[in-house]
Design a protein around this ligand. Structure first.
Ligand code: SF4
Length: 320
């Protein structure tokens, strides 16, 4: 297999588990506290609720703990998975830790019993994650599972976070990151490139910040303006634009060059259904953008970590 100019999470997973690994995403109805509790005007400005959901689930204002819904989603997903594939259980939708610890344990336990998973991954907000929740997640490692938590950050710049109405700061993220690492969890993070008010300097700084925070993996999103999000109004008022493919390429390369080479790249591009996407007008899909990026990084003779700290020379991923 040809070497890539970035550290591929998919390849790492395959080597670690000796088989292709399929993520099975479920929505247990945890909802998002940031949309429900009034800390932001309807949540983050780039979010239209369902845009981050799975299986077409709508925004859930309160925890439902809907195990039956999880069972149905899982059964549908498993129909399409070949028997030779290792399974990763992913609580993807909204904030997967948005419930009391006892309720989380009930849902995680029951779902993990439904199939022979090799890994558990839970996506959430930095301010919806604490030591007790980290300890609960860490306890699943005793079953032989890889356990990850994915925290939304988007940018390390507090001015940008305020503008996005994220409702937390970069320090809040760093605190949650330390909590995750102390519990032995793999730590993934979501960032968005091409945010309003940000250029290559801010993008490189976010990459540097992630290396210093000890993250193990990153999901890179490029800014999409989604129908029904607060950002739609800003775009119609002429206050924001979403970068096209050329700037997306420059932004992604700058980010990867500043990123510790040990950080696994879990995704490279945002994919929004065409009916919901307002901007950019030209949005290459995952396969097309991955090919463009690989070609352009080779042409420039660059790779992940080229501009990261010179002390970080070990290219091996640091998750145990
Ligand atoms: S992006 Fe995530 S944290 Fe922000 S409002 Fe949407 S679901 Fe909530």
């Amino acid at each position: 297999m040809q070497d890539l100019p970035w550290t591929s999470y998919a390849r790492w997973l395959r080597e670690r588990h000796g088989a292709p690994v399929r993520r099975v995403a479920v929505d247990a109805g945890f909802g998002c506290p940031h949309r429900a509790d009034g800390r932001g005007p309807g949540g983050c400005t780039f979010c239209a609720g369902g845009a981050v959901s799975v299986a077409g689930a709508a925004a859930q204002p309160r925890f439902r703990g809907d195990l039956e819904a999880v069972r149905r989603q899982l059964a549908r997903a498993l129909e399409r998975v070949p028997g030779t594939t290792a399974l990763l259980l992913f609580f993807q939708a909204f904030s997967g830790t948005n419930a009391p610890v006892e309720e989380l344990a009930r849902i995680y336990d029951a779902t993990l019993d439904l199939a022979p998973f090799v890994a558990l991954d839970v996506a959430t907000r930095p301010d919806c994650f604490d030591a007790r929740k980290a300890e609960l997640l860490g306890s699943y490692r005793a079953r032989g599972l890889d356990v990850w938590v994915e925290l939304g950050l988007q940018s390390s710049d507090d001015r940008t976070l305020r503008r996005l109405h994220r409702g937390h700061t970069a320090s809040d993220f760093a605190r949650a990151a330390r909590t995750a690492k102390a519990a032995g969890l793999g730590l993934g993070v979501h960032v968005i490139l091409g945010l309003p008010g940000e250029g290559l300097t801010e993008i490189r700084e976010t990459a540097r910040f992630l290396g210093a925070a000890g993250v193990d993996g990153v999901k890179i999103h490029n800014l999409h303006v989604v129908r029904g999000s607060p950002l739609e109004r800003e775009m119609l008022a002429g206050e924001v634009t979403a970068p096209g493919p050329e700037r997306q390429l420059d932004d992604t390369i700058a980010f990867l060059e500043g990123l510790d080479p040990r950080v696994l790249v879990m995704r490279l591009v945002t994919e929004t259904p065409p009916g919901r996407l307002l901007a950019p007008r030209r949005a290459p899909g995952k396969t097309a953008f991955t090919r463009m990026l690989d070609t352009e990084m080779r042409r420039r003779g660059t790779r992940q970590g080229r501009c990261s700290s010179p002390t970080l020379l070990d290219p091996a991923p640091r998750i145990a």
